[in-house]
Design a protein. Structure first.
Length: 107
């Protein structure tokens, strides 16, 4: 990602999982950017964000080989780490967020 010192670059409240590589990799740096409220699984710098447990435990309806596509998180997934400053009012389906959660769906 080429984000270093670019105005308005925010990466917040996502679930970013990688099986064999970095969950995040800023080859030119990430100075001055907002990177918060994400849950990360993979190698590399986590930028102070919490770490997921595993794809199988956190998102049991997904598979690394794309043979499963249900991306609703498990109730005990560690997605309760959202940054309130960047919380959207609703999830990807339009469901209001009753709790501040990271990822695309309200828990």
């Amino acid at each position: 990602m080429f984000w270093n010192e670019r105005e308005g670059m925010d990466l917040a409240n996502n679930a970013l999982y990688s099986r064999e590589g970095n969950a995040l990799l800023f080859t030119n740096g990430s100075e001055g950017e907002t990177i918060s409220g994400n849950v990360l699984l993979g190698f590399g710098n986590k930028h102070g964000n919490p770490v997921g447990r595993s794809l199988e435990l956190d998102l049991p309806g997904l598979a690394w080989d794309a043979s499963a596509h249900e991306d609703k998180p498990a109730p005990e997934a560690p997605f309760d780490r959202a940054d309130l400053r960047h919380l959207l009012p609703a999830d990807i389906d339009g469901t209001p967020h009753p709790l501040p959660v990271s990822g695309a769906f309200a828990l």
